[in-house]
Ligand binder design. Structure first.
Ligand code: 6PG
Length: 240
């Protein structure tokens, strides 16, 4: 059963999510000596990164023990305006003391299939096993029900063996790199972040509608042995 946290607006949501990130990081570092998080693209997650960058509690974190990964990436170079890595770099990484070796970006500038294989090797190097067990996976939600780069009707939804794949998204006429649901679902905690009235319909469908993960890939996010949380503002949660 998923937990739902409601916030007055998008700013309060970003603050709440930043606090949760700091809490989980502290706890993981104390209990297991390190913290691993997979980050998401999108506007709602971006507000969280800006909040973290400005937070005194985040500044006190031991970033040398934190490893950041990405849940998905657009197939563009890191300095491209559409790059998810580039977005996090500007919003967060440029403001915190994290060693460069702890920042594990997906290589959107490479041939997609090769970049996906290389990212699996990167995950294997850190976690020692695939699929990885992230301490935290942050996810956005698209109005079509996509999450990470798991879009409705795409090949990545049928993938059962791989942790990372290149996924062709015809409606965007683009390739994406993405964690598979199988990899996401091994996480200790998964948080969806969604704000605004535009997300209200799809949130109702994903949470309370019939189970149709090919149509609404976000429904395929079901942690095997972890916690699933929805961080929503009141506008996004209006039909729950
Ligand atoms: C991406 C994402 C994607 C995103 C959603 C929600 O790279 O685009 O990782 O899954 O999180 O599309 O985006 P918004 O928060 O901007 O609506």
């Amino acid at each position: 059963m998923a937990g739902i946290e409601r916030f007055a607006d998008a700013a309060a949501l970003a603050e709440g999510a930043a606090q949760r990130f700091v809490y989980l990081a502290d706890q993981a570092i104390q209990e297991r000596g390190g913290f691993s998080a997979a980050l998401s693209g999108g506007s709602t997650p971006k507000a969280l990164y800006a909040q973290l960058a400005a937070s005194p509690a985040a500044a006190r974190l031991d970033w040398s023990r934190i490893h950041l990964f990405w849940g998905d990436e657009r197939c563009v170079p890191p300095d491209h305006p559409d790059s998810n890595y580039g977005m996090v770099q500007r919003a967060l990484l440029a403001q915190i003391a994290i060693p460069q070796v702890n920042v594990h970006r997906m290589r959107g500038e490479e041939v997609p299939d090769q970049a996906a294989l290389a990212y699996e090797q990167d995950l294997l190097g850190y976690f020692g096993v695939l699929p990885p067990r992230f301490d935290l996976v942050l996810l956005g939600l698209g109005e079509d029900g996509h999450t990470a780069s798991l879009f409705p009707g795409t090949a990545a939804l049928a993938e059962r063996a791989r942790a990372v794949v290149a996924n062709r998204v015809e409606k965007l006429n683009a390739w994406r790199l993405t964690l598979t649901a199988g990899a996401i679902n091994q996480a200790r905690e998964i948080i969806f972040l969604a704000a605004g009235e535009g997300k209200a319909d799809i949130i109702r469908e994903v949470i309370n509608g019939p189970y149709q993960p090919d149509l609404y890939p976000a429904q395929g996010v079901e942690p095997a042995d972890g916690r699933l949380m929805w961080f929503l503002d009141t506008a996004a949660a209006r039909y729950l």
